[in-house]
Unconditional design. Structure first.
Length: 376
């Protein structure tokens, strides 16, 4: 019998030390210490920046099976009822990455004890929330040497009960891009508008025109979102604003519509420049590639769940959230799935308390599925 309690304990220890992207130093150390307590003859370990790659050597490998867990916390002040609250002021594991990591440790511990034929590669990836660890990790030599032939990841899902797994073949998460637009005109006295170029008015036009891209330029069956979440402009109530800044995000369900939306944004911005005789600069900030689940593998996994009864399987809808696991899936066949953790608070909420019973569900499903995959 494989005990899952140790991984609940590790989850609580990880929960206490949330760290921002590429600063997961204590997290990395705790994971390395835990891995070093296992019998070492079946494992090889490498680090990449604050990430870790672990190979559990198979008995007679013909392929490498990958599992990826992200490692970083969020700049949120925790407000849970936990005794094991964050000890890092202003930081919290509010996106379940503590779950993802402890499940990763559980999976690798299981296969050290019960070896399979194939190699298992467990990937602890830094900086999912930003600036994005997946892309540079994929480009690293450390990763290339152990590149898996197929790869899986999960994400906790507050809205599903424990024992439920949700996923879908094809697109699961959107293409995302940040959007920053800086406008510079000519400021002046509020009573002399004819001698100035008002960037508050320009910014207002810009917001409404950006919304018309979604309603007029994107195929209604191919969803897209442009949200301007923040506007800043001007200095005082009776001074015409010289500068304005718009900050937002773009989300699309296809790679093609992301580039179309950006082309349209650039045209709208050019029009505002001409119309208001001002200068505008666009910065797309951080971009995440879509999470696209390989159809056959995902369908096979969903059928396997159904047939074995390992978990209740739900075919979910795609979501407009972003995840940098998409970069792995752009190169390696695999999929991501939602793991039900049954909590009323959403991801990134200061009060989120995912149900730890889901750790046992995930370990049961992943260890059996990976073992089955290896024997196929
Ligand atoms: Zn998150
Ligand atoms: Zn997350």
């Amino acid at each position: 019998m494989f005990a899952t309690q140790p991984f609940i304990d590790i989850r609580r220890r990880l929960h206490q030390i949330p760290e921002p992207g590429f600063a997961e130093f204590k997290t990395q150390q705790l994971l390395l210490d835990t891995i070093s307590m296992l019998p070492q003859e079946r494992i090889d370990v490498k680090t990449w920046r604050t990430g870790i790659l672990v190979k559990v050597k198979g008995r007679n490998p013909s392929k490498r099976i990958g599992y990826r867990a992200d490692m970083d916390g969020l700049p949120i002040t925790e407000d849970t009822s936990y005794e094991f609250r964050s000890t890092h002021p202003g930081y919290m594991h509010a996106c379940g990455h503590d779950f993802h990591m402890s499940i990763g440790l559980g999976v690798l511990t299981y296969f050290v004890q019960y070896p399979i034929d194939d190699d298992l590669i467990v990937i602890f990836q830094p900086a999912e929330e930003g600036p994005g660890g997946a892309k540079p990790m994929l480009e690293s030599e450390e990763f290339a040497e152990w590149k898996p032939d197929c790869i899986f990841a999960l994400h906790i899902a507050p809205e599903y009960p424990v024992g439920t797994i949700a996923t879908r073949p094809g697109i699961l998460f959107a293409n995302t891009s940040e959007l920053f637009i800086d406008l510079t005109g000519t400021g002046g006295h509020a009573a002399f508008p004819h001698k100035a170029n008002d960037m508050v008015v320009a910014a207002s036009h810009m917001v409404t025109q950006l919304q018309s891209i979604i309603s007029r330029n994107v195929d209604p069956l191919d969803s897209a979102v442009i949200t301007i979440g923040r506007i800043e402009g001007g200095t005082k109530q009776n001074i015409i604003a010289e500068k304005a800044r718009l900050e937002g995000t773009i989300r699309t369900l296809s790679v093609d519509s992301m580039s179309k939306v950006k082309t349209r944004i650039e045209a709208v911005v050019k029009g505002i420049e001409t119309g208001f005789d001002c200068k505008a600069e666009i910065d797309y900030g951080a971009n995440y590639y879509q999470v696209y689940n390989e159809e056959n593998l995902t369908r096979e996994f969903m059928d396997w769940l159904q047939q074995t009864g390992a978990a209740t399987v739900v075919e979910c809808r795609e979501a407009m959230t972003g995840e940098d696991f998409g970069y792995f899936l752009a190169e390696i066949p695999g999929f991501m799935f939602w793991l039900g953790v049954d909590t009323p608070y959403g991801l990134h909420h200061a009060k989120i308390e995912p149900d730890e019973a889901a750790i046992e569900v995930a370990l049961y499903v992943l260890t059996r599925y990976i073992a089955w995959k290896s024997n196929k």
